[in-house]
Design a protein around this ligand. Sequence first.
Ligand code: 8YV
Length: 331
Amino acid sequence: MSKPSVLVCRAVFPEVVERLKTWFEVESNPGDRAFTKPELIERLKGKVGAFTTGSVTIDAEVLDANPQLKVVSNMAVGYNNFDVPACTARGVLCTNTPDVLTETTADFGFALMMAAARRIAESEHYLRRGEWSKWSYDMFVGSDIHGATMGILGMGRIGQAIARRGALGFGMKVIYHNRSRLAADVEAQCKASYVDKATLLRESDHLVIVVPYSKESHHAIGAAELALMKPTASLTNVARGGVVDDAALAQALESRQIAAAALDVFEGEPKVHPGLLRVPNVVLTPHIASATVATRRAMADLAADNLIAALGFGPNAGNPPSPINPEVLRA
Ligand code: 8YV
């Protein structure tokens, strides 16, 4: 009997592709760019599963052109690249990779926050330009992390992991805002207090954005929200571009309405708003918060486990570890 076919939409660890080949005929994206939508539609022809990353959009048009598709497995915890209701309506299972990247992403979010607050990238560029010729009491003065108030917008797994780092490691006061308040024991574990959004914006010395992207969170931080923040505050975004209005942020950084920012994600990435490229007081990284060898491998393995199990193979046949729309499995 011939094996079912799957499409690996972006290059991934060869060992993981080999494992998929145990069960499937595998076609892999040969290049280092995402397929265009027409290419994706064409390549998916005859495939029952797709191994995707955050830059692969699966929407109604892609699904309708490929009614044989049964599973889309994202190598990412965020899945705003999937139209989940459209998948569910067509009986397509969506899966993602939660948990395996929580601590790594929290490490990076915390590092970015520190880099912004202590002006690490800005001062390094100054040194590399050969401009360091003297000491001055106010050279690259930033703001403290220890003892400061960290505000977290979006208190899921990653938000909680960042809160623990701040509260337990750096003696920070941690406040958060979330769609729903956490249970008291969870708040106690990460020593975080729930506040409304305006209080979060007004009181944070360092605001960290970790809320998933959705219609509701689109531009959750725009000009009006930035106007509420302290002029000494920093803003860090490790969630998704689109949660922050990048044009408004560039403006706020340029006018020093806030002191600094650190961004790993951007609206329209890999393009970056030119206003952000112009201002010195922002640290910019190319969406690498989960990028350690161990974590990327764990993500790829989990995405493969999901694909294999969802298509009825392997030790967990029929029972993928992390379904997003499990109702499809029950239908
Ligand atoms: C991924 C991410 O590297 O997991 C997520 O949601 O944003 C990153 O860890 C990226 O989306 C590629 O899939």
